[in-house]
Structures are given as structure tokens and as C-alpha cells.
Design a protein around this ligand. Structure first.
Ligand code: NAD
Length: 475
């Protein structure tokens, strides 16, 4: 079995032990043995990153551009092979896995350009003859902690801007899906990234992530993952004086109004709720439907969901791959049972036979917004359908959640679409589109309990990965 180590100071370094990376479509299939490190690996990675920081932060932007551009090109050239790896370790369909790899390549290429455009301003002082310069500098050593559900896109959208603006990186990917992050580390090394600038430490969050958050040599933490872990990390970062950015969960509403195109509304809801096996922070898990279209919507959604082909992620016919592991499957099945107890009419949600963690999409019809299945993030292929009287009630219910990541509406009314865009309490709004599925050159992030700190992606990523210096110059 192939063994995959940590990358520390430009060297491949064995961990204290290893963890098997298991294919959720076929649990007999082991992708590889990946390092399971102890906290001393973090200490070594931080030391290497600190040593590399002055030269990297001071390097010509062209140097950083060239590394990121080369990494983007190498990822793109290997999109089919890496897409297969992603689908094999995470369980997304091949089309979704390959699409995510292409996205990672595009992100590296975008931030190659951003390395040349750090921004800055020159202003006249209010005092005569004095000039004011506002410049952006690297933050230092940044710790990047990523979840399992986007194993290459999220590492890319954190690492690329971090490196573009002159920071050194210690990255810890999720233990369930370390393969894609390992490939990013290898590709960056092959692309000429200097030793110590990008370090990868593999292992459990309780050891590796926790040490990163407490380590005095790390200046900033960017975290994506669950709400409880994120909140704890936020508190610890404030206590240890670190800059922090948290992207956490969602319970994203999709409003469907009577005047919606039924085909558009069902297609957007089906995609938003069930594609990627519902394992997206932007998944449409609350479908809020006005009375006039409700019955036709439920009938078509239920039929279309039942027709989706659930199976091996590597089978090109598959539309819904497996759930990521047994724990997540058990949790999803418990929510299906809870939906029945809470009085929903449940279609699907049962186990589909096979060598992996296959579950059919679940529609919880007859739900209301007070039920636990409508309030808690399930993170599986399940959606509540909540019937409402009119647009005003739909908007109120859409906003009645502790989360605020993405929010969608299907309507042919410009008036309602515009009103919703202005009043949805979410970081992202989708009109006649699924709540999931975003571009890489514009900001990504949420409000309320979903996110904390500056936005990720696009030019807005600069806010987190740089710090501002104001200089006054007298003649
Ligand atoms: P998780 O919180 O369990 O783990 C996320 C990362 O944190 C992993 O690398 C984990 O090892 C690490 N970690 C765990 N305990 C830690 C600790 N004590 N200290 C430091 N690090 C620790 O989340 P997950 O199960 O991997 O991912 C699913 C969650 O991620 C869902 O809630 C989903 O909504 C969220 N998510 C959010 C976004 C977003 O951008 N808002 C995107 C994708 C996923």
C-alpha cells in the first residue's frame, strides 16, 4: 500500500502513524495510507515556515506568480487523474470530482494574477506637503484547516491567496480526504515553491488542528468546517491574538413562488438539495413553497429525486455518489427517522444496497420550520419541504434560522426577486439557480452563524491574507 507523508521544510516526513484513506463507494478499496502525525510535526512545520517567511514575503511578485501559475497548469493537466482520486476518496461523482479539480486549477491561476496586484493607495495628507501611503503586507505564517467535502477546492482557495500575498502556510486537511491536499503539496513543490513556504501536516483535528490554533508561531487561522469546531477555534484565536476566518455550516432556504417555472424550480432544488450527496455547506435543505404550486412541486420533486441514480462515484452513470462514511450515514438515517417522528411525509432516504455508504435522496414533505429536521444542518441528501401562504411568509421563514450562508428564490416576478435579494439574510443570493454552485472570482461567505471574518475568494481574499500599513512621508 502506498504511503503518503507530511511535507515539512521541503522534505517528505513520516508521521507517528498512518490512517487508511477509504473509498466510500467500496470500503474494501483503500486509496492509500496517509500520515497520522503528532503535535511535534506542527512545531517542525511552523519552524520551517517562519524560517522561509522573510524571503518569500520579500520575493518579487513575479516569483510568486510563476509558482502559482505553474501549479494551476499542472493541476489542469492532471484533471482526469486528480478528479478520479477526488471521487475515490470523497465519493462525489466523476463529473463533480473533475469539475472540482478544474476549479482548483482556475483558482491557482486567478491568484497567480492577484500576486501582481496586491493593491495599495497613495493619498495627500490633510497636513500640507505630507504624503500618505497605504500598503498591504503579508500576515506571516497562516494555518489552513479544511473539511472533507471539497478536498481540493477549499485547500486551493485558501492556499493560493495565502501564497500569492507572501504568506507561508501550514495546511491540515480533513483526515477523511487527505489525498487531494497531498497532491497540492506535491504539485507546489514541483512548481518551484521554496522549501518551508508550503507545509502539509496530516492527522486528526484534535491533535494537529488544536496544536495549530494554540501555536504562537502561527499568525492567522483560516478554518472551514462545522459550527462547534469553528466557534471553539474562534475563541482560541482571539485568546492567542491570531487573525481568524471561519466558514461553517448552513441551513439554506430555497423559496419557490406560485409564479415560478416548475421545471426550473424543481431542477434547481434537486441540484441544490441532493447533488454532491447533499454534502455541501450551501445545500438547499429547506424548500419553502407557496400554496399554489406546492402540490405539483412536491409531486415532481419526489418523482425526480427517486429517479436519480445512486451508486459508485466512479461509474459514469451515477448521479448521486455515496455518503462519506458510516458515521455520516448513521447520522443521516437518524434524521430520516426523526423526520417521521416529527410528522413529515418521508419519501426516499433509505439505504441503497452496495459495497459503499449509499443512501437514496430523502424528501421531508409536510415539514414546518420549527422541526429539528428544518433547523439543524444534516449534511446529507435530505431536504424539508415547508408549505407557506405567500411571499411574505416565505421570506420570514427563509430568514428564520441561525445560519446565513446562501439563500435562493425561484420566481418569474422581478418585484419579488428584487425584494428577496435585498432582504435575504445571507451572504449569497441565487435567483432561479441552486443555492449551491458559485464562481471563483467573486466573494464567498455568509452571515449570522455561518461565517466569521473577511470573505474568501476573488479579490476579497486579500482582506484576510494581507495586513495594512499606513506610512506618512514628509519631504
Ligand atoms: P469538522 O469541523 O469536523 O472538521 C473541519 C476541520 O477541522 C478538519 O480538518 C478537522 O480535522 C479539524 N478539526 C477538528 N477538530 C479540531 C480542533 N479541535 N481544532 C482544530 N481543528 C479541528 O467539519 P467536517 O465534518 O470536516 O466538514 C463538514 C462541515 O463543514 C459542515 O458543517 C459544513 O457545512 C462545513 N463546510 C462549510 C463550508 C463553508 O464555506 N461555509 C464549506 C464546506 C463545508
Amino acid at each position: 500500500m502506498a504511503r503518503f507523508d507530511n511535507l515539512i521544510g521541503g522534505e517528505w516526513v513520516e508521521g507517528a502513524g498512518t490512517t487508511a484513506n477509504v473509498n466510500p463507494s467500496d470500503i474494501e478499496d483503500i486509496v492509500g495510507d496517509y500520515a497520522s502525525s503528532d503535535a511535534s510535526a506542527v512545531d517542525a512545520a511552523v519552524e520551517a515556515a517562519r524560517a522561509a517567511f522573510p524571503a518569500w514575503a520579500g520575493a518579487s511578485p513575479q516569483v510568486r506568480h510563476d509558482v502559482l501559475e505553474a501549479a494551476g497548469a499542472k493541476i489542469m493537466a492532471r484533471k482526469d487523474e486528480l478528479g478520479r482520486l477526488l471521487s475515490r476518496e470523497e465519493g462525489k461523482t466523476l463529473a463533480e470530482g473533475t469539475g472540482e479539480v478544474i476549479r482548483a486549477a482556475q483558482i491557482f491561476k486567478f491568484f497567480a494574477g492577484e500576486a501582481l496586484r496586491p493593491g495599495g493607495e497613495a493619498l495627500p495628507s490633510v497636513r500640507p506637503g505630507i504624503e500618505v501611503l497605504i500598503e498591504r503586507e503579508a500576515v506571516g505564517v497562516v494555518g489552513l484547516i479544511t473539511p472533507w467535502n471539497f478536498p481540493i477546492a477549499i485547500p486551493a482557495w485558501k492556499a493560493a491567496p495565502a501564497l500569492a500575498f507572501g504568506n507561508c502556510v501550514v495546511m491540515k486537511p480533513a483526515e477523511l480526504t487527505p489525498g487531494c491536499a497531498w497532491e497540492i503539496a506535491n504539485i507546489l513543490k514541483e512548481s518551484g515553491c521554496p522549501d518551508g513556504v508550503f507545509n502539509l501536516v496530516l492527522g486528526p483535528g484534535s491533535r494537529i488542528g488544536a496544536r495549530m490554533v494554540e501555536h504562537p508561531g502561527i499568525d492567522a487561522i483560516s478554518f472551514t468546517g462545522s459550527v462547534p469546531t469553528g466557534r471553539r477555534i474562534g475563541v482560541q484565536c482571539v485568546e492567542t491574538g491570531k487573525k481568524v476566518q471561519l466558514e461553517m455550516g448552513g441551513k439554506n432556504p430555497m423559496v419557490v413562488l406560485d409564479d415560478a417555472d416548475l421545471g426550473v424550480a424543481v431542477a434547481a432544488s434537486l441540484n441544490g438539495a441532493f447533488f454532491s450527496t447533499g454534502q455541501r455547506c450551501t445545500a438547499s435543505s429547506r424548500l419553502i413553497v407557496t400554496a399554489g404550486i406546492h402540490d405539483a412541486f412536491v409531486e415532481k420533486l419526489t418523482a425526480d429525486a427517486a429517479a436519480l441514480k445512486v451508486g459508485d462515484a466512479l461509474d459514469p452513470e451515477t448521479q448521486i455518489g455515496p455518503v462519506v462514511n458510516q458515521d455520516q450515514l448513521d447520522q443521516n438515517l437518524a434524521y430520516v427517522a426523526l423526520a417521521k417522528e416529527e410528522g413529515c411525509e418521508v419519501s426516499g432516504g433509505d439505504i441503497a444496497n452496495g459495497p459503499g455508504y449509499f443512501q437514496r435522496p430523502a424528501v421531508f414533505a409536510g415539514a414546518d420550520n420549527t422541526m429539528r429536521v428544518s433547523r439543524e444542518e444534516i449534511f446529507g441528501p435530505a431536504a424539508s419541504v415547508i408549505k407557506v401562504a405567500d411571499y411574505d411568509e416565505a421570506l420570514a421563514i427563509a430568514n428564520d434560522t441561525e445560519f446565513g450562508l446562501s439563500s435562493g428564490i425561484c420566481t418569474t416576478s422581478l418585484k419579488h426577486a428584487s425584494h428577496f435579494r435585498r432582504h435575504a439574510e445571507a451572504g449569497m443570493v441565487m435567483v432561479n439557480l441552486p443555492t449551491a454552485g458559485v464562481d471563483y472570482h467573486v466573494p464567498f461567505g455568509g452571515r449570522k452563524g455561518s461565517s466569521y471574518g473577511p470573505r474568501e475568494q476573488g479579490t476579497y481574499a486579500r482582506e484576510f491574507y494581507t495586513q495594512v500599513k499606513t506610512t506618512y512621508v514628509a519631504p
